[in-house]
Ligand binder design. Sequence first.
Ligand SMILES: Nc1ncnc2c1ncn2[C@@H]1O[C@H](COP(=O)(O)OP(=O)(O)O)[C@@H](O)[C@H]1O
Ligand SMILES: [Mg+2]
Length: 272
Amino acid sequence: MTEMAHEQLQSKRWDQLQEMAHSHNKQPSRVSIRIHQLRKAFGSKEVLKGVDLEIEEGKTTVIIGSSGSGKSVLVKHVIGLLKPDSGEIWVDDVEITQLSMNDLNEVRKKFGMCFQMAALFDSMSVMENVAFPLREHTKMPNAEIKAKVTDVLAKVGLVGVEHQFPSELSGGMRKRVGLARAVILNPSIVIYDEPTTGLDPLLTEDVDNMILDAQRDFKVTSIVISHDVGSIFRIADNIAMLAHGEIRFFGTPSEILDCPDPVVQRFITTFG
Ligand SMILES: Nc1ncnc2c1ncn2[C@@H]1O[C@H](COP(=O)(O)OP(=O)(O)O)[C@@H](O)[C@H]1O
Ligand SMILES: [Mg+2]
């Protein structure tokens, strides 16, 4: 490609991103998670070097950053799967880094997790996969469980697949089953770790819509780790970029387009 063609393409893409960036929710809302000066090293490798971040209630915050920058490590702290070396994490009005196992389990009920590969149980039907958290954490009678599962599956756009097995479904449908399972206990916060990695552009858009629908239909606060620049601009209310163990950028999609920091610019123009 000639340099001029490349520049034209770049500027067309910029316009598209700018357009997508306008449709989002700019009203400030209550802070649901507050991370203060979070530090974590593994041996001599310092991964988080004083991360400060606020996650607003009811919004979608997308965490970006190059591979190995500590995005997964950061969200694992938020759900208490990792303990920091220092720093604080407030979920609503509870500081979670010092909690006992029991108290932490209480806080974890607020979270739903959607992993990259959906992580469904292959030997269980869709019904049993989605019912699993209800069977583990509640004493709900069987008939009620079935009705609830059918209802949540319908909300994520799946009807009549209860008796199928994960291997019989498309990749996009499996993601939806994973989402249904993540929201079945009515979490207030859903975390997606690279939900679109490895998907083609159409499926990626499908998963983005699923995330937006879940935010609207279940009124959840969403935290999404993503590499895909298209996705980021479609779904984000706020974007946080992690680099060298710190939050290098925090702001809206429009603000990231105007951010002069070359590290931030390189990310937006290189990925997706
Ligand atoms: N449990 C662990 N023990 C040791 N090192 C880890 C552990 N988890 C993550 N790391 C290291 O922390 C860094 C950040 O990892 P991660 O958060 O998974 O990156 P990403 O931004 O790609 O999600 C990587 O160098 C990784 O090897
Ligand atoms: Mg990761």
